[in-house]
Design a protein around this ligand. Structure first.
Ligand SMILES: [Zn+2]
Ligand SMILES: [Zn+2]
Length: 369
């Protein structure tokens, strides 16, 4: 079979792939559609140091083709969304409903594929950029068959990373105010989750002006240009110190309750902290990778109880949260179809990457007919 393989230097569409039969508790999924996430592009550039050859892709959906012994949550023919969280299901984190903190969910690598007969690695425990992949049963979440798989495929990473930061990592109250810094495939989902949570002000920030229409479609009440040098003041002008309408009150009072930093850049995180009202929280979702650092003024924390917290993969729990998002979608309260800017055959992977970098798409989806 065919797949997009990290060769050690780049990503290439190669033939000659095979996947092994499922063992106990494992599921073979025929992939119908897969979203291209920035992590795939980072891996393809060799920045993760992932071993090669490896079958890329970690955001996908498809149809169960084969199940191993002991699998009870899905049957052959079921439609499933694949989660990268190959959680153990038994540790303290898993038992607390927080599988993103399960030690088994990071760095698990295996070689369930062969490439021309030689062992070939998986990626992010998912490898959805191929016709058939193998996952653990805990990673396969059954969904109704009326949900288009080209939309469903985005849920496993991009949707949950953005929406989950709002729904599961934060405690947004009705009427709260928020900034979403970065309006790509992840940021748009933070925006629509804030709409679901009935935030009163959802301020979207991006350096690409063409993102404004999409951001507003997903629920943003305001859009600001991230390149503006006075971006903090612009946010504060929208949400001023409430007593007298000044941009900032005592000890920098005024500003929003939440900032979702989808970018992950020291300048953005510093701005985010200055946009917060007393008691507000910056949720860091994006990462520049490596050992990048930023500086924080102590005063903002101890005098006015601001916080900075991290969020991995939306802090979601696949079998609890994916069905909820899918149900909101079926009720028309959560947009998935609108996230799919274009579909491409697998061979056009490099076109998707190009379109991602030009900022012209929310999410590009590969199909595997
Ligand atoms: Zn991803
Ligand atoms: Zn665990």
């Amino acid at each position: 079979m065919k797949g997009i393989v990290f060769t050690g230097e780049a990503a290439e569409v190669l033939t000659g792939l095979e996947v092994r039969d499922p063992g106990p508790g494992e599921v073979i999924v025929r992939i119908a559609a897969a979203g291209v996430c920035h992590s795939d592009v980072t891996a393809a550039a060799g920045a993760f140091g992932w071993p090669a050859p490896a079958v890329l892709g970690h955001e996908g959906a498809g149809v169960v083709e084969q199940i191993g012994t002991g699998v009870t949550n899905v049957e052959v023919g079921d439609h499933v969304i694949i989660s990268t969280l190959a959680a153990c299901g038994m540790c303290k984190a898993c038992g607390s409903g927080m599988p993103t903190r399960c030690y088994k969910t990071l760095g698990n690598m295996a070689q369930p594929f062969t490439l021309n007969g030689d062992p070939c690695w998986n990626f992010a425990a998912a490898s959805v950029f191929t016709e058939r992949t193998i996952v653990r049963d805990i990673q396969a979440v059954k969904i109704p068959k009326d949900v288009p798989l080209t939309s469903a495929c985005l849920v496993g990473c991009g949707v949950m990373t953005g929406a989950g930061a709002v729904l599961y990592r934060s405690s947004v109250q009705v009427g709260d105010t928020a900034v979403v810094y970065g309006c790509g495939g992840v940021g748009l989902n933070a925006i629509q989750a804030l709409r679901v949570r009935r935030a009163s002000r959802i301020i979207a920030i991006d350096t690409e002006p063409q993102k404004e229409a999409l951001a507003r479609q997903f629920g943003a009440t305001d859009f600001l240009d991230g390149k503006s040098p006075d971006i903090v003041e612009q946010v504060r002008a929208l949400v001023p110190y409430p007593v007298n309408g000044e941009l900032a009150g005592p000890f920098n009072a005024g500003g929003v309750n939440w900032v979702y930093d989808v970018v992950g850049h020291p300048a953005v995180t510093s701005n985010a902290l200055e946009m917060l009202d007393w008691g507000g929280t910056v949720v860091i979702i994006g990462t520049p990778g490596g050992d990048a650092k930023f500086e924080l003024p102590y005063q903002r924390f101890t005098q006015c109880e601001r916080s900075v917290i991290g969020c991995r993969a939306g802090s979601y729990s696949p079998h609890r949260d994916i069905p909820q998002i899918v149900e909101l979608y079926r009720r028309g309260e959560f947009m998935l179809d609108e996230l799919v800017s274009a579909t491409y055959p697998m061979e056009k992977f490099h076109d998707v990457v190009h379109d991602m970098h030009s900022g012209s798409i929310a999410r590009g989806v590969l199909t595997f007919d």
